[in-house]
Design a protein around this ligand. Sequence first.
Ligand SMILES: [Zn+2]
Ligand SMILES: [Zn+2]
Length: 180
Amino acid sequence: MTSLNEACQARGMSEDAFKVCSNCKKPIPYGGVWWACSVSTCNRGKHALFFCSVDCVDSHAPVLRHRSYWAEERRAPTKAEALAAAEAEARAEREKAERAEEARRRVVTLSASESREVPREILVVASRLKAYVRERSGMNTSDAVMDKLSDHLRALVEVAMRNAAEDGRKTVLDRDVPEI
Ligand SMILES: [Zn+2]
Ligand SMILES: [Zn+2]
């Protein structure tokens, strides 16, 4: 079983015990019985508690001021099972990191193309906009408004392009445009 132990060491897992009891520090063997507290916060992620006996569950309850709780019997994974789970978790983390890196690369690619000098052209149809303003309010519209609105449009589309790139798309969709 040397290779299994070596693999455990490589993953930072104990060779001898699944966990140590959160109360009395006695080792809980692989494949053995352990006890969980029924309170959800005692079973969360890296801070989950493991107990070697119902007595140890009873000991922690007043410390954490549990109003109501009970001990739940659990079976520890065998060493091989625990190792497989740790390896699956490591793989999942690696894949997540790779996806994050891929998304970062796409954004960097976008930033590089952003720095390309694009002429600041007017992006709105002045006659239509002026007609709209006139119909709605009877007001005239200064030509400088077209510049300002075009800047606003560029800023909105900037956000939309980033959203599309983060999603891995080459097409900007309506849902990429931020809500006003
Ligand atoms: Zn214990
Ligand atoms: Zn608890």
